[in-house]
Each structure stands twice: as structure tokens, then as C-alpha cells.
Design a protein around this ligand. Structure first.
Ligand code: GAL
Length: 655
């Protein structure tokens, strides 16, 4: 049946029932009677006639019977097809959010902004919106979080269309074609591993030289200190170093097409993770449907796909490898610990040491997860009162990374003060240090107590700054762009962590889907996370990587921005009209600049030298396209697509 005929029958049916809104009350169609599931938002689910948390819609004490309860950053596209004359709503922050919400509502009609609320805060009275939409084909409703998406519960209350013709219909947001911007890596050898690597005295060293280029490749390492040795075929450096100090090693990679050299600064000292960790984590992909096979498959794919050649190295098991409390499911239930108090795996992980050995045998590293509480977020055994034993067990199993997730600890201290927030993290730090293994320590407590201000003091290598990410524009951009104030707290060995990547096939298991981020949003995601010096943990199924996702994850000039040894997190230098310019100083004196467009339509974004604190003639290189754009003086401007980015690096013109 054609769309037109379906619509005609729909009209007749409703008309016969006498209830079609357009036939009475001036053709009123409530927004909340449309399919609201098309709404994309930063947190929670869209709600019909209720707030995002399921309460009656209430703005500054006034209750509304109808409307859409959502959360910034929120986006809803509605096809009007010229059938409506006006749109009305009362907008504001829902009272359930307390006092800290702040949002901006906007309406775009066929790409032109026809309404902008300005910043609305918690407890501001609802603002009335009444706009002319005659002749409009597509209406877009957005709620933006500004700089901080916490508590941004937003209501489009009392929202309705005055319909004169075709009824409004919500539709999916536009999705552009997935264009691969980056040329294929050259067959000539190129060393892609970071220029600096930290190890602790006496800890076992595993460093795999990441290099792309036609195989076979042969490796060499000049000035390798005594205690370390190199496998020339695999590029793996192993061994142990006793004394603190710094070694400058020249890495060499050779194939039939030539030779390349790169200096590596090996720092033997207290600090590891001198560049942000790069790897994969099971959560955004498999959730609790994770098992030994899936981890092995991820590790195999990291090698076979070639990701390993671009510096990807950690394979991290998230929640659900332990025994689940009170579970009837034989694959995850059973005793949680042995008589000696040692933690047990569930049956989906029959041989943890065998698994970690396997991952190591591929030249990769392996990570684990647990909570300081009695149980994890998903209800599996936690470390509470077994911290030292668990740290010891993790070291025996050979783990290289620990994500320590607050979760169940909330039952130990319900409203923690700062000291109570820090205590479990300090304690596990002490336990890990005793193990004599280089275990990257990742704090996960969603940013409580401004963790970025003290994460390094409690010995964390990285700390989550936000709640969980999901694969929506609202979530990713709301989180990513809110990191601007956190730049001063990042440094080598100590990274802000805005959560894991949501490109490729994700789904929190067992079933997966393609990331709902559009291709341009995915470019924005990777660019921003690189500028932010964020740990890069891929969250998708590595066994099913498409060409577009591979391109996103293997552009070495982009990854270099993340892995730069200076470790300086990008700053936002300008923000105007949904355009943002971010800049990151690189060790070699060049500057990486992200030109972002958070708007619903293409915009020209300009970076001015004076804002970037650079001067003179500069060569501008487009990093996604790996192409020089020319020499510019004073400013560089470029058209950036909806939700997209152009990431460039500025070099002195003569270089
Ligand atoms: C959450 C954490 C997620 C994931 C999950 C596992 O608290 O933020 O990243 O680890 O727990 O249950």
C-alpha cells in the first residue's frame, strides 16, 4: 500500500471516530501522540507525557498533562510536509532535576533556526514557544546541554501542532553516506607506537613495536638497555629493568621497500601509561554476554585486522567474569571464592591464566575489572574485604590493566564524603603496588567528587569523568564537549576518561547493532577523544570491523594526536553558534586544531591564529585526509558538515 493510501485510510478512520485532532480544536496534534522513540538523547529514554525519569511533567512548580520528557543533548526530527501552520510548546528544565540543570531549546525549520530559548536553568518558569511553521517540510527540535549535561532533564510540555493538511510524523535523524577520508596506509614501513613508554623497576616488560607496512617486517632496537631483548620478527621487547632512569632507544623497521627509524624514550620510574592506553573493552559490545571465546576472538582480531600495527594493545574484560551472587544460571552461579578466599571465575571463563597467556602470546596486553564493593554493577562478586587477595590474583593471572568500578561500594557508604570516596581507590592502589606488576589503574566512579582533581593523588592512571556513554549524538557530544574544563588535570600517566568508544558494532550484548552515530558523528567522536588525550578503548565487535570503522581506528596521524608524549589535553578556544574550536599543543611545537560543528546544518568554522596563540605563516594539514591544505596566515576556515569535524595540524610553513 502506498504511503498516500495508508495516510488516507488513517484520516478516514479517525474522522469516522470523530476524534482526529485536525478535524476539531483547530487541528491540534499533540507532539506526545507521535512516535517519540525517534528522539535521540544524552541520557535515559524519551517519555510520553512524563519527565525523563517518569514523573509528571513539572517546570518551576507548574504541572503539564502532555508533552515529551527528554534529556540533553536531545534531537527529534519531524516531517511536516507543509501540513502544519504553527507549533506550540512550553519549555523548561523539569523540577525533578533539582537545581543544577541548564539547557537551550532550539527549533530548526528546513535547516533555518526559527526559535532559540537562550539558556534556561532549573526553576526558571516555562517559556512559551509559538512559531509559524507554515510551508515547512522538516522541523527539528533540539535541546542542547551547553557545557555540562548533568541534570539536564528537559521538557517540551504542552507541545502541539496546528495541523491544516498532512499530519506530522517523527522520523530518524538524517544519516549521511559513510565516506572513507583516509588513504590506505603505505606499504612502506612506518613505526606507529608512541614515542615514550613507562615501566617500573623490576616489573616484567612487554612492549610490542607497532608498525605498519608490507609484511614481512624486520625489527631492530639500537641502544636497548641490558635486561631487555627484542624478537626481531615480532617486534616484541621483553625483559626487566632494575634501575630507574631513562633510555633512548632507536627503533628500526625494515621491509622490501625500505627502512624507517623512530626514537623511543623508555622511562624506568614510578609512572606508567605515559600516553593514554589504547585497546578494546568488552562492555559496550558484549555487556554480560562475555566469555573466554569472545575475549580470544577480540585478541585474534586485533592482530588479524592489523589494529595492533597502529598501537592498539589492551584487550580488557569488563564486568561479569566472576561468579554472580544468588544466580540459578549454572554458567555464572556457584561459590564466589575458594577456601583460601581467592576469587573464582564463572564457568564462562574456565581458565583465566590460559586466557591471559593466550592474549600475551599475541604480543597484546590484557585487562580486568572489579568493584571495591561486595558486588559489581551487574551483581557479580566484588573485592570488598578481599582487596589484597584480588590484586595478588590479578597479578598471578598476568593482568596489565584494572578498571575499579565504584558501583556496589555504594552499599558500604551511601553518601560518601571526599575521604570516603578516595579510600577504596587508595587501598587498591596500595595492593596493586605490592604486586610488582605494571597494572594500569583505571578509576571508574563516574566523576564523583570531581575525581579529576584527586585521581592522580590516589594513584590512578585514568579516571572516568562521566556516567556511561551510549551510541547517540546526545550522549557522545554531551560528554565529549563537556570535558573542556578538565584540561589542567591531564598529564602523562594521568588521564581524564570520558568513557569508551561507540563506533562499529556495539550493543551491550548479546545482540549487536551498527553504532547509531552517523559517520560524521563518528569522525567527531574519534577526533575529540584524541584531542582530549582520552584512553582509547574500542567498544565494538572486532571480528566484524567494516572498512569505515577500520579507517576511523587506523589513521596514524590522528592517533598521534592522542599519543603525543607531551600529554597536553586540548583546550576549547572558541565556542559560538554551535561551532567550536579546540587546540592541542604537540611536543614538536606543532598545534592540533579541531574545528567542530555541533549544529544541524553545515557551517563555516574558522580558527584564528590569535585565539590559538600561534603566529606567522603555517602549513595546515588535514589529518583525516592526510593532505596539506596549503599555507595560511592569520586564520584558517573551512566548511564543516552537520555534527562533523575537520581536524588539522599546523606546522611552521618551512617545515
Ligand atoms: C558501570 C560502568 C560501565 C561498565 C558497567 C559494568 O558502572 O560505568 O563502564 O563497566 O558498570 O557493569
Amino acid at each position: 500500500m502506498s504511503v498516500r493510501r495508508v495516510f488516507a485510510s488513517f484520516c478516514v478512520l479517525l474522522f469516522v471516530g470523530g476524534s482526529f485532532a485536525a478535524s476539531n480544536s483547530g487541528g491540534k496534534v499533540w507532539l506526545s501522540d507521535l512516535d517519540l522513540s525517534k528522539t535521540q538523547q544524552g541520557w535515559g529514554e524519551p517519555r510520553k507525557n512524563l519527565s525523563v525519569e517518569g514523573n509528571p511533567l513539572k517546570i518551576a512548580g507548574r504541572t503539564f498533562e502532555r508533552g515529551l520528557g527528554t534529556h540533553a543533548d536531545s534531537l527529534l526530527c519531524i516531517e511536516l510536509n507543509g501540513g502544519s501552520s504553527r507549533f506550540h510548546a512550553m519549555v523548561g528544565v523539569d523540577d525533578e532535576a533539582g537545581t543544577r540543570g541548564s539547557v537551550e531549546f532550539r527549533i530548526l525549520a528546513d535547516g533555518k533556526q526559527i526559535y532559540k530559548s537562550g539558556l534556561i536553568r532549573s526553576n526558571d518558569p516555562a517559556k512559551e514557544v509559538d512559531v509559524d511553521v507554515a510551508g515547512v517540510q522538516m522541523l527539528v527540535l533540539t535541546v542542547d546541554s551547553g557545557n555540562d549535561m548533568n541534570y539536564d532533564h528537559a521538557d517540551w510540555a504542552d507541545a502541539y501542532f496546528t495541523v491544516t493538511g498532512t499530519a506530522p510524523k517523527t522520523v530518524d535523524a538524517p544519516r549521511e553516506e559513510a565516506v572513507i577520508l583516509t588513504p590506505k596506509p603505505s606499504p612502506k614501513p612506518r613505526i606507529n607506537s608512541a614515542r615514550v613508554f613507562g615501566v617500573r623497576p623490576d616489573s616484567p616488560v612487554l612492549y610490542t613495536i607497532a608498525a605498519s607496512g608490507q609484511r614481512p617486517l624486520w625489527f631492530n632496537a639500537e641502544n636497548l638497555p641490558a635486561g631487555l631483548s627484542l624478537d626481531r620478527a615480532t617486534g616484541r621487547i621483553t625483559g626487566q629493568l632494575r634501575r630507574p632512569g631513562e633510555h633512548r632507544i632507536t627503533l628500526v623497521a625494515t621491509n622490501d621497500l625500505g627502512e624507517t627509524r623512530k626514537e623511543l624514550r623508555l622511562v624506568v620510574g614510578d609512572t606508567i601509561a605515559l600516553t593514554p592506553p589504547m585497546g578494546w573493552n568488552s562492555w559496550n559490545c558484549w555487556g554480560c554476554a562475555v566469555d573466554d571465546r569472545k575475549i580470544r576472538d577480540a585478541a585474534d582480531s586485533m592482530v588479524k585486522s592489523g589494529l595492533i600495527h597502529h598501537g592498539w594493545q589492551y584487550v580488557n574484560i569488563d564486568d561479569c567474569w566472576m561468579v554472580r551472587r544468588n544466580s540459578d544460571d549454572a554458567t555464572v552461579g556457584g561459590p564466589t571464592r575458594d577456601e583460601a578466599g581467592r576469587i573464582l571465575t564463572n564457568k564462562r571463563f574456565p581458565d583465566m591464566k590460559g586466557l591471559t597467556d593466550y592474549v600475551h602470546s599475541l604480543g597484546l596486553k590484557v585487562g580486568t575489572y572489579i568493584s571495591p564493593g561486595p558486588w559489581t554493577c551487574a551483581g557479580y562478586e566484588g573485592s570488598w574485604q578481599h582487596e589484597q587477595a584480588d590484586a595478588q590474583r590479578f597479578a598471578e593471572w598476568g593482568f596489565d590493566y584494572l578498571k575499579y568500578d565504584w558501583c556496589g561500594y555504594g552499599s558500604i557508604v551511601r553518601q560518601p564524603d571526599l575521604e570516603q570516596m578516595q579510600e577504596p581507590y587508595l587501598f587498591m592502589r596500595m595492593c596493586l603496588t605490592r604486586t610488582n606488576r605494571d597494572i594500569v589503574y583505571s578509576l571508574c566512579q563516574y566523576g564523583m567528587g570531581d575525581v579529576w582533581k584527586w585521581g592522580a593523588q590516589v594513584g590512578g592512571n585514568c579516571w572516568r569523568t562521566t556516567g556511561d556513554i551510549t551510541d547517540s549524538w546526545g550522549s557522545m557530544s554531551g560528554i565529549g564537549f563537556a570535558q573542556a574544563e578538565l584540561a589542567p588535570y591531564a598529564s602523562p600517566g594521568h588521564w581524564n576518561d570520558p568513557d569508551m568508544l561507540v563506533v562499529g558494532m556495539v550493543g551491550w550484548g548479546p545482540s549487536l547493532r551498527d553504532s547509531r552515530l552517523t559517520p560524521n558523528e563518528q569522525y567527531t567522536h574519534i577526533s575529540l577523544w584524541c584531542l582530549l588525550c582520552s584512553p582509547l578503548l574500542i567498544g565494538c565487535d572486532l571480528t566484524r570491523l567494516d572498512d569505515f570503522t577500520m579507517n576511523l581506528l587506523t589513521n596514524d596521524e590522528i592517533l598521534e594526536v592522542n599519543q603525543d608524549p607531551l600529554g597536553e589535553q586540548a583546550h576549547r578556544v572558541t565556542q559560538d553558534n554551535y561551532r567550536e574550536v579546540w587546540t592541542k599543543r604537540m611536543e614538536d611545537g606543532s598545534t592540533a586544531v579541531g574545528l567542530f560543528n555541533r549544529d544541524e546544518v553545515p557551517q563555516t568554522v574558522t580558527a584564528k591564529w590569535s585565539d590559538l596563540h600561534v603566529s606567522g605563516k603555517l602549513r595546515v594539514r588535514d589529518l583525516w585526509r592526510q593532505q596539506d591544505m596549503g599555507v595560511f596566515e592569520g586564520a584558517f576556515g573551512v566548511e564543516v558538515p552537520r555534527h562533523g569535524v575537520v581536524l588539522v595540524r599546523l606546522f611552521p610553513a618551512a617545515q
